[in-house]
Design a protein around this ligand. Structure first.
Ligand code: BGC
Length: 712
C-alpha cells in the first residue's frame, strides 16, 4: 500500500475538508452506538457521514460501510471495539490475561505481542480500532476497573503501554494487520474520590503531571492514534470540558496529533450528571472547545454543533480542526484504500495466537509465598482442588469478554479452547499418576449452593490442598467499585475449615484485583496470584504447581492488608509520626515488585556512574533451577524543593540465569529519570544526591543501594 508523507496526508485531509458542508463536518465528529439505534437509523447515520460506529461486528459493519462509501464524499467509517485483553467480545477470539495480569509479567515484548495478535484478530473481523490500552493507574483498589490497568506505577504502566500501542499499530498501521489504539481514560480516572467510578479527582495539576501523565506521554511517543477523555473531573472541572488537559497539555505540550474521542456519552453527562451545562448545545460547545474531536454516543452533538455554528456561538474552525484530526488518522491508517477489505476469520483463535496467550499467562504467574511445598514433589500422590474459582472460566477471564459486555449481547456459553485450574491440574496429575479430588465448597458472592462439608470431605485424604479463591466479574468493572475488599461469601470460612485438616494449603488467587487476604496468606503454605489469566491461566498455574514452570511474575500493584488502609502504594511521599496505624502496620501485605520463583537470586557490587548515569549490578542464581527474575531500579531524591517519592521505579529488566550463573546487568538512566515537577507545573532536574536502589522488589529488604550525585 502506498505510504503517504505527512505533507501529502495534510494536503489530502485539507482537500476533503474543503469540500465538506457544515452538516458533514458535524457528522464526522459523531460516533454512533450501534446497540442503541435501529438498523435504519444506523444506515441513516452512515449516509449523513458519521465518523465512526462502535460495537459493530462482522456483516453489520460491512453494510454500514457500503452505505458510507456511497455518500457524496465517500469518507469511510472507522469501526471501534473494546478489544481489551484480546478481541474478547468475539467468541472465536484469543483471550489474553487481563492488563493487570499481563503486567505481572513485566515483559514489554510479550505485552507488545498481545497487542499484535489482538490487532490481527480485530482486523480479521473487519474492524479498525480498539479502545485500549487503559493507562490509568490502579492505586485505589476499591475502584472497579483496577483489572484494566497495568497496576500502580507510572513507569511500568508507561513501558507496557508503549509496548501494547506498538503491538496494535505496528510500524505501518495501514498494512492490514494492525489497528488503531486508544490511550484511555485521559486522565486521573482511577483516582476518583473513594474509588468511586467517574467521581471527582481531587488532585493538583502538579501531581497529575508527576504521576498520571507519564504513561500517556509514553503512548504519544509510541504514536498512539487516539486518546479517550475520562468521565470524571479534576478539582471541579469535567475532563470533557478541560481545555487545559486536552488542548494545552495533551495536544500542545505532548504534541499528540491523532484525535480525541470522548468516553460514553460524556457530552450529555455535562448536562445530566455533572451539571455544568444547561442543555446539550451548551455541553457540545464546552466539549468541542476543550478539544474533544469525536463524541462517543452523544449523537445529539450533530444538531447542536450545526446550530451553534449557525447562530455564531461556535467558530466553524473548531469543527475544521477536529475533522482534520479525524481525517488525518483515517488517511494515515489507509482506511480510504481498504474500507471494504474483508477479514480472514480463520486467524481468530489460530494456533499461533493461542500459543502467544499461553506464553503471557505463564510469564504472569506470581508466586508470593512458598514454605517449600511447591513445586509438588513425588511424595504428593493425592491433590484436592477446592474453591469457587477452580473451575469457573468466567472468573478466570474477568471483565471485557463475550460473557460480560452488554454490546454485542453477552453469550453465557463458554467457547473452547480454554483451561481452568482444575482442568490444568487434572491433565498434569494424570501424567504423574497423582489422584485428584474436587469440590467447589462455596460461591464467591453470597451463599450459592455452599457445601463446606463436601469440600472438607473431598480434601480429607489429600496430601496437599489447592484452594482457588478470589472474586467474580459481578464484583468488578464499571459501576462495580467495592467498599469492602475482604473475601466475599464464605471463602475465608472455607479456608479455615480446610485449615483444620492440618494439611498444606496452596492458595491460588484468581481475582480481578488485590483483595485483603491477610489470614489466608499467613496460614497458607504457598500463595500464587494469577489474577485473570485468560484462556490458559489455569494451565499456567498448574504448570507452576507441578514445577513444569518456574514462576517469575512480579506484582505490578500492592496488596492492602485492610480496606481502611487504601490507597496503599509503594511510591508515596514521605511523612512521619509513626510508621503504623494503631491497629495495623502501614506497609502493604505484599508490595509492588514482589514475586519469587523456585530459584533464588542474589545481588552484589552495585555501581552507579554519575558521569554517564550508568548503573550496573551483579546478579547470581543461587538456586538449582534455571529461572528468571525482573531486576528493578528505583531512585530516591535525597533533597528536593518539593516532596518526592520515597522510591520510584526508573528501569527494569527481566533476566534469565542458569543455576550458579552470575551476570553483570547494566542500565542506562537519563537525566529525565531524575526530574521532578515543581508547584508551578514546570518539570526540572535538580542536581544533587540520589540513592539508587537495585533488587527484586520495592521492599527495602530486597534492595541494595548506592549514592549517585547528579551534576549541573
Ligand atoms: C468505558 C470505556 C469504553 C467505552 C466503550 C465506556 O463506558 O468507560 O472504557 O471503551 O465505554 O465501550
Amino acid at each position: 500500500m502506498k505510504q503517504f508523507t505527512s505533507a501529502e496526508m495534510e494536503e489530502r485531509a485539507e482537500a476533503i475538508l474543503l469540500r465538506m458542508t457544515l452538516e458533514e463536518k458535524a457528522a464526522q465528529m459523531v460516533q454512533v452506538p450501534v446497540a442503541y439505534v435501529t438498523r435504519e437509523e444506523a444506515l441513516l447515520w452512515a449516509r449523513r457521514g458519521a465518523g465512526s460506529f462502535l460495537h459493530v461486528l462482522g456483516d453489520d459493519a460491512r453494510e454500514i460501510q457500503q452505505e458510507a462509501l456511497q455518500t457524496r464524499l465517500g469518507i469511510p467509517v472507522l469501526f471501534g471495539i473494546d478489544a481489551i485483553h484480546g478481541h474478547g467480545l468475539n467468541q472465536k477470539a484469543t483471550i489474553f490475561p487481563s492488563q493487570l495480569a499481563a503486567a505481572c509479567s513485566w515483559d514489554p515484548s510479550l505485552v507488545e505481542e498481545m497487542g499484535r495478535v489482538t490487532a490481527r484478530e480485530v482486523a480479521a473481523d473487519g474492524l479498525h480500532w480498539t479502545f485500549s490500552p487503559v493507562l490509568c493507574l490502579g492505586r485505589d483498589t476499591r475502584w472497579g476497573r483496577v483489572n484494566e490497568t497495568f497496576g500502580e506505577d507510572p513507569y511500568l504502566a508507561g513501558e507496557l503501554g508503549y509496548a501494547i500501542v506498538r503491538g496494535y499499530q505496528g510500524d505501518d498501521p495501514a498494512d492490514g494487520e494492525h489497528i488503531l489504539a486508544c490511550a484511555k481514560h485521559y486522565i486521573g480516572y482511577g483516582e476518583a474520590v473513594g474509588g468511586r467510578d467517574s467521581c471527582d479527582t481531587e488532585m493538583t495539576y502538579r501531581k497529575l503531571r508527576e504521576v498520571f501523565l507519564p504513561p500517556f506521554a509514553r503512548a504519544v511517543e509510541a504514536g498512539v492514534a487516539t486518546v479517550m477523555t475520562a468521565y470524571g473531573s479534576i478539582d471541579g472541572t469535567p475532563f470533557t470540558a478541560s481545555e487545559k488537559s486536552l488542548r494545552t497539555i495533551l495536544k500542545e505540550e505532548l504534541g499528540f496529533d491523532g484525535f480525541v474521542v470522548t468516553d460514553w456519552d460524556n457530552v450529555r453527562s455535562l448536562v445530566e450528571k455533572q451539571h455544568v451545562a444547561t442543555d446539550l448545545d451548551e455541553a457540545s460547545l464546552l466539549a468541542a472547545r476543550a478539544g474533544n474531536d469525536m463524541m462517543m454516543t452523544t449523537t445529539a452533538f450533530y444538531e447542536s454543533a450545526i446550530r451553534l455554528v449557525k447562530n455564531g456561538k461556535l467558530d466553524e474552525r473548531v469543527l475544521d480542526e477536529a475533522v482534520r484530526n479525524i481525517l488525518r488518522v483515517k488517511i494515515r491508517f489507509g482506511l480510504f484504500e481498504r474500507a471494504e477489505q474483508r477479514g480472514e476469520q480463520e486467524k481468530l483463535g489460530c494456533a499461533e495466537h493461542l500459543a502467544s496467550a499461553l506464553r503471557l499467562a505463564r510469564e504472569s504467574v506470581t508466586l508470593l509465598k512458598n514454605d517449600g511445598v511447591l513445586p509438588l514433589g513425588n511424595s504428593v500422590r493425592r491433590v484436592a482442588v477446592i474453591g469457587p474459582n477452580a473451575d469457573d472460566i468466567r472468573a478466570q477471564y474477568g471483565d471485557w469478554t463475550y460473557f460480560t459486555h452488554p454490546h454485542p449481547k453477552p453469550k453465557y456459553t463458554a467457547a473452547r479452547p480454554y483451561v481452568t485450574l482444575l482442568e490444568g491440574i487434572l491433565t498434569l496429575a494424570k501424567e504423574r499418576d497423582v489422584d485428584v479430588s474436587y469440590a467447589r465448597g462455596c460461591g464467591v458472592m453470597h451463599e450459592e449452593c455452599d457445601d463446606l462439608d463436601a469440600a472438607v470431605n473431598a480434601a480429607k485424604n489429600a496430601d496437599v490442598i489447592l484452594l482457588a479463591i478470589g472474586d467474580v466479574v459481578q464484583q468488578a468493572g464499571e459501576y462495580r467499585d467495592r467498599a469492602d475488599l475482604s473475601l466475599s461469601g464464605r471463602q475465608e470460612e472455607l479456608f479455615l475449615r480446610l485449615r483444620e485438616l492440618g494439611k498444606p494449603i496452596v492458595t491460588v488467587f484468581i481475582s480481578t484485583k488485590p483483595l485483603c487476604i491477610c489470614r489466608v496468606a499467613e496460614e497458607s503454605a504457598a500463595l500464587i496470584v494469577a489474577f485473570n489469566g485468560g484462556m490458559f491461566g489455569g494451565q499456567a498455574v498448574a504448570e507452576a504447581v507441578f514445577g513444569a514452570l518456574n514462576p517469575a511474575g512480579k506484582l505490578p500493584i500492592s496488596f492492602p492488608r485492610h480496606s481502611g488502609q487504601i490507597p496503599v502504594y509503594y511510591n508515596n511521599l514521605p511523612g512521619w509520626h509513626g510508621e503504623k496505624y494503631v491497629d495495623l502496620p502501614e506497609t502493604p501485605l505484599f508490595a509492588f515488585g514482589e514475586g519469587m520463583g523456585y530459584s533464588r537470586f542474589a545481588y552484589s557490587d552495585l555501581q552507579a556512574d554519575a558521569e554517564n548515569l550508568h548503573v550496573s549490578v551483579s546478579m547470581t542464581n543461587l538456586g538449582i533451577r534455571a529461572g528468571s527474575e525482573t531486576v528493578q531500579v528505583y531512585l530516591r531524591d535525597l533533597v528536593s524543593s518539593v516532596l518526592t517519592p520515597v522510591k520510584r521505579l526508573v528501569a527494569f529488566q527481566k533476566i534469565a540465569l542458569q543455576p550458579g550463573e552470575t551476570r553483570r546487568i547494566a542500565f542506562e538512566l537519563t537525566r529525565k529519570d531524575f526530574s521532578i515537577v515543581l508547584p508551578d507545573e514546570q518539570t526540572v532536574v535538580e542536581p544533587g544526591d540520589f540513592l539508587v536502589f537495585v533488587g527484586g522488589s520495592s521492599k527495602d529488604e530486597d534492595l541494595i543501594s548506592t549514592k549517585i550525585s547528579l551534576r549541573e
